[in-house]
Ligand binder design. Sequence first.
Ligand SMILES: *Cc1c(COP(=O)(O)O)cnc(C)c1O
Length: 370
Amino acid sequence: MSDDFLALAQPGVQQLSPYVPGKPVDELARELGISPETIVKLASNENPMGASPRALAAINDALVELTRYPDGNGFALKSLLAERCDVQMDQVTLGNGSNDILELVARAYLAPGLNAVFSEHAFAVYPIVTQAVGAQARVVAAKAWGHDLPAMLAAIDCNTRVVFIANPNNPTGTWFDTDALNEFLQDVPPGVLVVLDEAYIEYADGGELPDGLEFLSAYPNLLVSRTFSKAYGLAALRVGYSLSTAVVADVLNRVRQPFNVNSLALAAACAALQDTDYLAQSRRLNDAGMQQLQDGFQVLGLSWIPSKGNFIALDLGQEAAPVYQGLLREGVIVRPVANYGMPNHLRITIGTPAENIRLLEALAKVLVRG
Ligand SMILES: *Cc1c(COP(=O)(O)O)cnc(C)c1O
């Protein structure tokens, strides 16, 4: 028997590449020999405002209980979410980030011989969770960078158990409207679980995007996942959740780690959920920053993919890697997306007004230098 432990890994895992995160600030600071404070990181769709002061206070209060296991059922957070989302508590599943939810879905519903359908240029975690359990990834060609929902529908076969769709999608920022979602949900076979990943939904105000929650009662095969990592500004704590039928939530609950969400994350998420001012300010800052970046790109003669997230995919019309490297030398970290099949784009997170200016100035410099 072979002792090649790469070849011994199950085939789906052998074919995976590890998830590549945004470059950490401290790493670039070490490489450039400069102080971390001078570096601007617009690479991981993090909230540039910092965490809500109410979340920080809640963490402080929770510190005295660090010796105890967290509430494995997350009662306080689940009840707040149930109230907010107008569902029963037993429809809520908590995750160690919404990545955890995606993994729970794959572990519970996918296996060798089964498949998951998702789009080209979709979130990198979908192939990871699918192939990790030995299931097949059925990747559907994108249309104008976005999800081609009719083509995704056509890709569903008798072995499909899950469809992953993100609205808006990361890294493209593309989205679909209520009618498109409704038509899609009407036609998906009832035995296929539709995972509607709404990681950025809080940035869309006043009906700009369909609200997945409105479809839950009509479609028992729908699961909506959301996160505290983006608009709620708690990426480091790893907390996300899903809303589904109680049956699906029960199934996910069977495979999750007993204490998958830690006490500090639970406390902070409860506080963040109630800090409506913070959320409104996040949204305003994002709207203004989106405009600021687009205006700046226009001045530089660059185009981009219109986005409903807290990030924007900038089209350089040429290999983006040298521009990424040039920006690093200027102390600005953005995200290359060649591994998403987008070698000419860079994904840029909306920052504070000052951070956006730093990015635009660095970009102008790097482009002139060529
Ligand atoms: C950022 C992001 C998530 C959230 O990940 P967490 O694990 O909750 O931090 C989920 N889906 C998409 C599409 C994302 O961009």
